[in-house]
Design a protein around this ligand. Sequence first.
Ligand SMILES: [Zn+2]
Length: 313
Amino acid sequence: MRSGIGIGVDTGGTFTKVMAVLRDGTILRERQMPTRPDAGPRDFVRRVSEAVRQEEAELGARSVGVGLAIAGDVDSDRGLVRFSPNLRKFDRYPLRDALAGELRRPVFVENDATMAAWGGFVVELRRRAKNVLVVAMGTGVGGGLVIGGRLYHGSTGSAGEIGHTAVEPGGAPCTCGARGHVEAYAGSYGIVRLARTFLRGRRSLLNRLCPDPSKLEPRLVAEAAGRGDAVAKRVWREAGRRLGLAIADAVYLLNPDVVLLSGGVSRAGRLILDPVHEVLREQPFKTPFEAARVRIARTANLGAIGAGLLAFE
Ligand SMILES: [Zn+2]
């Protein structure tokens, strides 16, 4: 029986995904539209409303609510973005209230990694693990927490920001302005920077796969490593060990059942997972590390799915 649909909207800097899901996370429909951040939030709200109405009309169902996932510093209590690097014109605009006013149904606004945490908890883990850390690995490294089976926000909605864990004092520059944060090693820009550094003066398959170094991306570094390239393998080991240090800190603090890696960079699979496991195995305090399973999410678009599922809560 179809007990209503939830609509998840994952707002990227370039494209926005709109997804209709059932309560168990089954995706009924998905569409993509341009975000057009320069046109401003009013235009965005109007086009999202249209897309939601179209989804509903095509499915012949009214949604129970809409979840809006956005990368950046999100105030979920007020339903707005305090700061989002890709959506500068959206800062402080009352997104939730504007969208709820257009659509006349509940709207929830959360950080995209928080939405991915909810999606991972419901879809990947079937709510069986109660304490879950999701590490969302894209351009940056985000994170979201489910504690005791509920989303954990912290006091300002900033909980779970594992990407800004310091792993190297004075190290590589992070997008936040600080140095040595794990994102600067394991986010896609960090991986590309490592690859450029390790490539200097060395022969590598990467030079053939990507003759223009400005076009390097993690997918190519993974391909080269998969084919045995030493430089590319070194990149993943370095990125994975730094990520392992950050995850080890989080495990000491939170004692999770599961750490789920999601997002484009996690597609590297064992290349990133093996060095993470290596660091966790090296920790002398065994109990929390034997309990914490670290694995890679099988489901793509957990942010959009989680946003749609949150509408049911
Ligand atoms: Zn940072």
